[in-house]
Design a protein around this ligand. Sequence first.
Ligand code: GDP
Ligand code: MG
Length: 817
Amino acid sequence: MRLSDLHPGQTGVITKILGHGAFRKRVMEMGFVRGREVTCILNAPLQDPIKYALMDYEVSLRRNESSMIEIMPIEDWEDHETDAEKAEHNSTSAHDENSEHAVRHDKIINVALLGNPNCGKTSLFNIVSGASEHVGNYAGVTVDAKSGHVNYKGYRINVVDLPGTYSLSAYSPEEQYVVRYLRNATPDVMINVIVASNLERNLYMTTELIDMNRPMVIALNMYDELENSGATLHYKELGKMLGVPIVPTVASEGRGIHELLDTVISVYELKHPDTRHIHVKMSQEIEDGVDVIRKDLKTEAHVPLHFATRYIAIKLLEGDPEAERMIKEVPDYAKIIDDRNRVAADIKAKIGEDVQTAIAADKYGFIQGALAETLEGNVAHEEKATKIIDTLVTNKLFGFPIFLMAMFLTFWCTFELGSYPMEWIENLVTWISGRLDAVMPEGPLKDLLLDGVIGGVGGVIVFLPNILILYFFISFMEDSGYMARVAFIMDKLMHKMGLHGKSFIPLVTGFGCNVPAIMATRIIESQSSRLITILILPFMSCSARLPIYVLLAGAFFPSHAAIVFFGLYLLGIVVAVVTARLLRRFWFKADETPFVMELPPYRVPTSKAVIRSMWSKAKQYLQKMGGLILVASIIIWALSYFPRYTLDEVPQDFRNSALEEMQAYGNDSVNAAEADQLVLHTYQQEHSILGNIGKFCEPVVRPMELGWQSCVSLIAGMAAKEVVVSTMGVLYVGDDDEAALSKRLQTPSPITGKAPFTTASALAFLVFVLLYFPCVATLTAIVRETGKWRYGLFSLFYNTILAWIMAIATFEIASLF
Ligand code: GDP
Ligand code: MG
């Protein structure tokens, strides 16, 4: 019988894992090992993937993956299992392996945070170092090492936050990254963060770290969840048993941090009574095999001893590619590998199981033994709230509508709620420019301040509230655990595009900013899926584009702004989907990746964490305003201001045609002097350096009846999309300087009588902005993350050409109405 044959509510016991390679390894690390009970919980809306409960947590697998796991109905298993087998593995032995760490007295301690994804490492890191790194309730939030430090009791403790991994075998990029980090940076003390409410699986990686034999402390995080469940863990005893001190913490509230740091210091100074080296004892056959390889490693003087030989030996026995790479340079490499192969074959013959499976099973056996002695009660308490919410949000009927509603609510609030504080800031900006206008003498400096700085930066800064609201919703979805469910319900659809449900998470994060979202694609194991996700990410409308939407949708669709808004985001998604399908069809061959993803219990985000993250977003935005946007505005202003002309320099025919236009429009409210002033102003702008550039590229936007100013704004927006708005702020200066930009865009020109935008051209412009050239930062991220220029170039040309075609189409369709 296969796991996929289980119906919701049924339970089976695992007897064998079929398949091989990364899939097999991954599911075993996740706890799918022989003898383990698995319960099928529910199917995703489209029958795939399926959610299972295993040990204390929930995990989703695709149907074809769960069909690779052989099970036995639980009733049959009970007769089958003999008690003797169970008891055998669970013994530890104290052992002192060349304890070479001398007592150190320097006052700097380098600490690394290690642990499963989503165990609270980043929360802990933020509390300890006062940083505000990205926290989220799903696996794969942190993809890079982040470092910070804290001065504590006379020590400088440098902390590094690493990506989460389920084990140390180098299959995924994160695992490789973590192992290499440990090898190259050799932290003084490792803090292994484990989730108190999900001990078994978390301790798996702990056993691997124990093999490394390095100074270590365990942070028993989410201790609040353990307490609430009513179970007790005698963690002191467990710590003694493992030879690693354990400190309970609640990272989200900052509990237990001092104790943790104290313990780090005493472990560092080799003073902690609980620290000792143990061996996680495996079955005799395996231990014998490990000894053979260790002997090889020891007699070979050149083996780089970054890690304990026991660790390397076990990893070699598991066939870990990174371990093989580690000893590649050794002269006896061939002999060691030969021995390894022989020993592995021996073990397989003796115990009838391959070594990888046997090691995982033995380690889990060890963990179960240790927990049997120290854990009282059941941590797997019914997560009632999680269950109820999940039956709703992953429901066949309601799953998708709920997600769409959540997105709509997000954009509606971003627009509607955001419009109030936006108005306040707008009024403030108007007031400041009015004051400056009144007190400053005429001249270039006044023009620079009013038109360049306030016109540009002031035009963009008003959107800060909208952006914060948008980020608030995204981080709420991430932090609560809803995002993991979205990936779950989307997997089938994403699979149709040859992608993975996990791809959906960076896509939603991309609504915030594309750059971190591109980094976040590292959670996607399959290379081709990852590349496709990266290439479609720029179509996810980032928050920098938001100001343009708020501006134009607010000005031209005042009663339907939220719908236009939501429609743009949807259009971005649709274009992304179509692009993904095309890419999969014509460029990237399909490759299967397992959909093994944890569905963590829902957690209410703490206000502390929310405020911290909002504050850091606001700071980032203001810094961008004061830096890039300010500089860009000044440059744009200068380019449109120079060279200066006087009225005499305006050619007669320009003047005549302008006056004719004015007459045709029927504008007779201006006297001759004012008309001259208008003509000069227009001539000045059109013949400035920027005007010449704009005139040159105007034909590109002419089909949408957009002026050269909008064309220049689009070009300037390549630096950063906010610059589109700030440039418009600088260029669309009418006679009424202080009016808000949205008003200026609708005001008809006194000469031609035409406003800069019509409803149709505004819509076309919005579509163009949504789709065209990703900003420089995004482009750089694409090139850096893929390592290839061609993907950046593809993004540049494909997106821009597509944007142009779609914008013209939009204009034509909108003009019909
Ligand atoms: P990482 O993936 O290991 O870096 O984990 P994060 O720091 O991103 O946290 C994962 C989730 O767990 C977030 O939603 C946190 O708010 C939450 N969290 C972290 N520590 C605790 C804790 O001690 N108790 C509870 N209840 N939640 C926590
Ligand atoms: Mg993290």
